[in-house]
Design a protein around this ligand. Structure first.
Ligand SMILES: NC(=O)c1ccc[n+]([C@@H]2O[C@H](COP(=O)([O-])OP(=O)(O)OC[C@H]3O[C@@H](n4cnc5c(N)ncnc54)[C@H](OP(=O)(O)O)[C@@H]3O)[C@@H](O)[C@H]2O)c1
Length: 238
């Protein structure tokens, strides 16, 4: 009998060639309940169903690196790679603040997966004790002390060969990237749930300006809806 599992909605995904030599082509992927909630009890695990997990791995398979903010790593025990150890693993990038995050048990990783911490270079002293298998990317910071995301993306492109980057949250990281025009596409899975509204949203827009997105595709699998948007102002999309 053949494999009965349905194909992933993004198994056939094609991404445009990155046009901007100063940064990767950037995708953001998030899952939300129908009422727009992106975490329950501070965690996102369990909001997406099996089709969402498969879609997420489809996206990871077409990028060079997968990035999350330190807040997400603090909240979740997670994997940023592919399940099949025979496939090349994307670089795992953690966007950090002045205090190094605890990677240990939080990040489940294939031994072949490289991990890179992007942190404000002024905080280099706090990062001086190397952890085996984890590389460091000291990055210029903004006046508020956070990593300058434009500089981080430039370093990922030029120093680490990242031409396509998938960002998997959290909302603060997504909001900061979007505010600076550094996101090209937004993928949103709508899971068939109504969740307590104590959780956050997929993008922390804060008091920032409203944005209009362009719908590129909708797909469904079971009760989940998969939305793919291009972000006007980003690199030329599909
Ligand atoms: N539904 C989903 O698909 C999904 C996906 C991912 C996460 N989540 C949820 O999102 C929540 C965590 O997200 P979050 O928004 O609190 O945190 P986050 O975006 O994951 O991480 C933000 C942290 O990144 C570091 N950082 C460094 N430079 C930055 C910059 N320029 N801009 C923004 N951050 C910078 C800071 O770390 P320091 O704090 O160390 O200074 C900052 O607090 C969790 O509840 C998680 O479950 C949901």
């Amino acid at each position: 009998m053949g494999d009965q599992t349905p194909p992933g909605v993004y198994d056939d995904l094609r991404l445009p060639a990155p046009k901007d030599p100063a940064r990767p082509y950037v995708l953001v992927n998030m899952v939300s309940s129908v009422n727009g909630v992106a975490s329950v009890g501070g965690k996102a695990a369990g909001i997406g169903k099996s089709a969402d997990r498969k879609a997420m791995r489809g996206l990871r398979s077409v990028v060079d690196a997968v990035m999350v903010g330190a807040g997400t790593l603090r909240a979740e025990r997670m994997r940023l790679g592919l399940d099949d150890p025979s496939l090349p693993q994307p670089l795992a990038v953690i966007l950090c603040g002045p205090e190094p995050p605890t990677i240990g048990e939080r990040l489940i990783r294939d031994p072949a997966q490289r991990v890179l911490l992007a942190f404000p270079k002024e905080a280099s002293g706090a990062y001086e004790h190397p952890t085996k298998g984890i590389d460091l990317m000291p990055t210029p910071s903004l006046p508020d002390g956070r990593v300058d995301l434009r500089a981080a993306l430039r370093k990922l492109r030029t120093d680490h060969g990242v031409a396509r980057l998938l960002v998997e949250g959290g909302p603060k990281t997504n909001g900061a990237l979007l505010a600076q025009g550094l996101v090209d596409e937004l993928f949103v899975t709508i899971s068939p749930l109504l969740l307590p509204t104590t959780g956050g949203h997929i993008v922390d827009v804060g008091a920032g300006a409203s944005r209009e997105l362009r719908l590129h595709s909708t797909k469904t699998s079971g009760d989940e809806i998969f939305l793919r948007y291009t972000v006007p102002g980003g690199q030329p999309g599909p």
